[in-house]
Design a binder for this molecule. Sequence first.
Ligand SMILES: Cc1ncc(COP(=O)(O)O)c(C=O)c1O
Length: 370
Amino acid sequence: MSQFTVQDTSQIITPGLLVFREQLDENLQHMIQIAGDAARLRPHCKTHKTQQVVSLQLEHGIDKHKAATFAEAEMLAETGVKDILLAYSLVGANVPRAVKFVQQYPDIDFYVTADHRVHIETLSAAMSDAGTSIGVLLDIDTGQHRTGIVVGDEAAALYQLIHDCEGLVPGGLHVYDGHQHQESRDERKAAIDIEWDKVIAFRDGLRDKGLDVSRIVAGGTASFPVYAEKDDPSIELSPGTCVYNDGGYSSRFPDMVFPSAVRLLTRVISRPTSDRITLDLGYKAAASDPPAGHRFVFPDLPDAKEVLQNEEHLVLETSQAENFAPGDEVYAIPWHICPTSALHKQIYVVADGEVVDAWPIASRDRWLTI
Ligand SMILES: Cc1ncc(COP(=O)(O)O)c(C=O)c1O
């Protein structure tokens, strides 16, 4: 029997998301081992959005955490995290939410990112009006061109502005590099190193001007091992996906040995033709950002082709279709776990082949109370 199956599935509502505790623990330990020390990590909670995973990380000595939404930041705060980076630049209604957050959690070191004077000036006005303050990291663009500013004079002027603005405390640099997804570890490292040298030169220039740049928050699953090798005490490593890991990352980065700790349990609901089975695994239960036809790995059905997916149906073509009847179960590894988690109210926890718990995916919502 595979290590990633459940003996008694009778209570599992499908499609159900499962996490295998032993593998989760191994992935956590492996992440810390790569980092060299739990204190060097600032993992992103967007992958699991779950208090119980954060508690495990705290038990392992991982005190600094990263979030992308206020709901995630609030979930972290409610779990007892005292150092939170909301790696998002705030506009609109998120600006007063930041004020509310720092007022509600005065004992938490709380940071956000910014890459434009609008973010900095708006946040400064809101914080100083409220008589409070917030840490701000300058978001650096090292080539992904999603957010951030390229290092240079304009970026230095923005960092100076953060320093000069009332209610803001300069917290360092944020360097997320989700474009560095080269399959070859050597090519990935070479590309990262070119950008890193520029970031370090920029950081040193700011320090020469007397500005405090106490941290550089860098990397995701594919790149944090490269940053981990650098001997710079200001680096904080921010992988997200590897605690659970998914089909996409497992197949793309052969150097990253993080077996997926999650499965989707799904049931056959129909067998419409002799070579097709239909599962209760629509795109309301699994991330649909991977292209149609490539959203899962089926470890026990290696020839399965995803031929049609609707909201609550996934049709597979497989030479094994005739072996299946309605009610039979199939395990799938989602290609992209982070948006998949957000589609589930809870994750079933499996230890030693048994369901032992169900953890609420607490911050899958856009807002909790703040
Ligand atoms: C800003 C930021 N930091 C860290 C991560 C974690 O990266 P990964 O999921 O590759 O581990 C992400 C992922 O989207 C991100 O957007």
